[in-house]
Design a protein around this ligand. Structure first.
Ligand SMILES: [Mg+2]
Length: 255
């Protein structure tokens, strides 16, 4: 596995601005997301990670468990407004873009070609170029960014968000920024962290990332983001009680 230099440099930024590691929403997997509510709130585009978010690492097809919700996501956001940004498919490691083409075929969405790994600023530029080139361009704050890794997916989402906020503040006069805050424009990009893994991989790093998120959450002040409105309530699997006659049957078996 090649070194992800942009990812390795993240801890230096964390020292100055630890909140860059905080997701807005944490979910086990994307079945918990209510895409229709997100769309109603003004989010019009979605960036998804691939490995351990939508697919098993090194595989090109969707995990069967999320087939239905993926279809719902594509129908909600529409053609071209959902893309995959992976640190495998679509990078320089993907010779000739063969894996990107295969993933794109199986998942029915474009896979972004990018030169540097997430969360590099050049990767962010590639995402921005893609969404601004659409017939109905999607702005940074109208994006949701979904992934399973803090140091790549979540940091990248927060970098885009910070750049957007800085740009908006620089462009707007104080009265304009108050008006902008009062409009229906969504407060994105929304950083969505999937904590479940479809196949165990980099578990030590994941443990460290979880510990970091817990520590920064405890340390941070300010209103926590209300992400619950974007979640679906998924009923817990029914646990069947053992039949009343079973203990008796077990005793019979042991005798
Ligand atoms: Mg991943």
């Amino acid at each position: 596995m090649p070194l992800n230099i942009p990812g390795l440099l993240v801890p230096f930024q964390l020292v100055i601005y630890p909140r860059i590691a905080l997701p807005h929403v944490s979910i086990k997997d994307i079945r918990q997301l209510n895409f229709r509510t997100l769309k109603k709130a003004g989010y019009r585009g979605a960036v998804f990670d691939k490995d351990n978010c939508l697919t098993i690492p090194y595989q090109d097809h969707l995990v069967p468990e999320i087939t239905e919700v993926w279809k719902e996501c594509l129908e909600t956001f529409g053609d071209g407004n959902v893309i995959i940004v992976s640190n495998s498919a679509g990078t320089y490691l993907d010779a000739g873009g063969i894996q990107a083409e295969s993933v794109s075929y199986h998942l029915q969405v474009p896979v972004l070609a990018h030169k540097s790994f997430k969360p590099a600023y050049s990767c962010i530029s590639a995402i921005r170029s893609y969404f601004s080139s659409l017939p109905n361009p999607v702005k940074d704050n109208e994006l949701i960014i979904v992934g399973d890794r803090i140091f790549t997916d979540i940091v990248m989402a927060n970098r885009i968000r910070n750049a957007h906020l800085n740009r908006s503040n620089a462009l707007a006069s104080p009265s304009e920024s108050t008006n902008a805050a009062n409009t229906q424009s969504p407060d994105g990009p929304l950083a969505i962290w999937t904590t479940g893994v479809w196949k165990k991989e980099a578990m030590v790093m994941r443990y460290l990332e979880q510990s970091l998120v817990k520590a920064v959450t405890r340390w941070s002040t300010g209103e926590p983001f209300d992400g619950a409105r974007f979640l679906k309530v998924i009923p817990a699997p029914e646990i069947k009680k053992p039949a009343k006659w079973l203990p008796g049957w077990n005793i019979f078996q042991r005798s």
